[in-house]
Design a protein around this ligand. Structure first.
Ligand SMILES: Nc1nc2c(c(=O)[nH]1)N[C@H]1C(S)=C(S)[C@@H](COP(=O)(O)O)O[C@H]1N2
Ligand SMILES: [Mo]
Length: 406
């Protein structure tokens, strides 16, 4: 889809929603008149992203943050990474949008309008960490194909919606249920309407968790178009690919969901560790579930300079998939020694946690500050790249920033 077409075909209201601007006199705009705002739109404006965000791909759109942009406790849209596998849906009509619950293991196939979902079920709000399974891919060697994410494919926004569990139970779940799979309104890059860009899912135990939402709000507002407007599945702590955007159906499956990107090397890693570059048989690949423990120093920006004798306050976030972060440490001597620092409790389960420390440097020179989180299961971040895998998933190596003391 050309950007220009996208803009022309998108209802003014929706475009206004994604750009964050309201066209006050939209109702009196002459027919065929294109507001300046939409002429030659750039992706930053189109998606309401900050200029410092990094575009990794424009077909489909993939945009990442830098560590220092993720400093907010709750990630605002302008700093939220975009990961698309296909083309963003056009001409979304919220009034006719429906969600169908179907599949082998649904008691009764049922379709809900958005307003039915909102009025029939109780609404919940949670802060949920969404990290792309491929975040950190750029470090792998031999390299892995795909978007070369560095550290910025992670977010923790506040999502509001209804519990997936409540909706599934309303339709009825048969005893044979094993998995759910989502289907969405985005289009395959080839334009082939029979192909889905992505259709992933999760086992029932994840689908039925309190925090697994069918969300219609992000940070208190309609979800921005690029992030799944008007309805999105949000399953925090798992690879964000489970959190289907623009969802219009959820299938309750009697087997592991076999949609696009559920098989082969997609979102799967060797069940047992392999040597870098090794070929892995299909039956030896396992689906990624909970994401591993990880952290990010979001302040200061790497390259900070301070004066000798001056303390440096650092801060950031840490998360641990389904678990909580139990301990946070930093090192200024390349991991030889570690100093424990404070980490807050999460706002709710599956929200990232905030850490901070006051760092003192013994003398002038170049330093790196490294951060290391440990989860409640006792696992901590590796200092170097963890297990190689064909698609470069799950890189949770310690984040580090450069600091010069003058
Ligand atoms: N329908 C649909 N849902 C999707 C995707 C997609 O391409 N289409 N990408 C998935 C992947 S791989 C990731 S990492 C997250 C990215 O969410 P974000 O763009 O809101 O940050 O959405 C997931 N949900
Ligand atoms: Mo992803």
């Amino acid at each position: 889809m050309e950007r220009r077409d996208f803009v022309k075909k998108t209802a003014l209201g929706v475009t206004a929603a994604i750009t964050g601007f309201d066209i006050v006199f939209a109702d009196v705009l002459p027919d065929g008149y294109e507001p300046l705002l939409y002429q030659d739109p750039d992706p930053f404006k189109l998606f309401g992203k900050d200029k410092e965000m990094v575009i990794l791909n424009d077909k489909p759109w993939n945009i990442e943050a830098k560590a220092h942009l993720l400093d907010d406790r709750i990630t605002p849209n302008k700093y939220m990474f975009v990961r698309n596998n296909g083309l963003i849906p056009e001409n979304i009509d919220v009034n006719s949008w429906t969600l169908t619950i179907d599949g082998e293991s649904v008691k009764q196939k049922k379709t809900y309008t958005l307003s039915e979902l909102k009025s029939k079920f109780k609404q919940y709000t949670y802060q949920l960490t969404l990290e792309c399974g491929g975040n950190g891919r750029s470090e792998f060697d031999p390299p892995a194909k795909g978007n070369q994410w560095t550290v910025g494919a992670v977010s923790c926004a506040e999502w509001t919606g209804v519990r997936l569990r409540d909706v599934l139970e309303d339709a009825g779940i048969k005893d044979t249920a094993v998995y759910i799979g989502y289907h969405a309104a985005d289009k395959h890059l080839s334009g082939d309407p029979d192909k889905e860009p992505i259709s992933r899912g999760a086992p029932m135990r994840k689908a039925l968790q309190d925090e697994t939402l069918l969300a219609f709000k992000m940070n208190g507002e309609d979800i921005p178009l690029a992030h799944g407007y008007p309805l999105r599945l949000v399953a925090g702590g798992w690879p964000a690919s489970v959190s289907g955007k623009w969802v219009n159906s959820i299938s309750i499956r009697n087997k592991i969901h076999d949609g696009t990107k559920m098989t082969g090397t997609a979102y799967r890693v060797p069940c047992n560790p392999v040597a870098p570059g090794e070929k892995v048989k299909d039956e030896d690949m396992c689906i990624i579930e909970s994401m591993p423990v990880k952290s990010l120093i979001t302040y200061p920006k790497s390259g900070a300079m301070i004066k000798q004798g001056q303390e440096l306050k650092i801060r950031g976030h840490a998360w641990a998939g389904e678990l909580e972060v139990a301990k946070m440490e930093y090192s200024i001597d390349f991991g030889s020694t570690w100093i424990e620092c404070s980490v807050e409790k999460p706002a709710n389960r599956l929200a990232w946690q905030h850490f901070s420390a006051t760092v003192n440097f013994p003398k002038k020179g170049y330093y790196e500050v490294w951060a290391r989180a440990t989860d409640t299961g006792g696992a901590s971040q590796p200092m170097i790249l963890p297990g190689w895998n064909p698609k470069g998933y799950l890189n949770n190596a310690c984040h580090r920033i450069a600091v010069k003391v003058k």
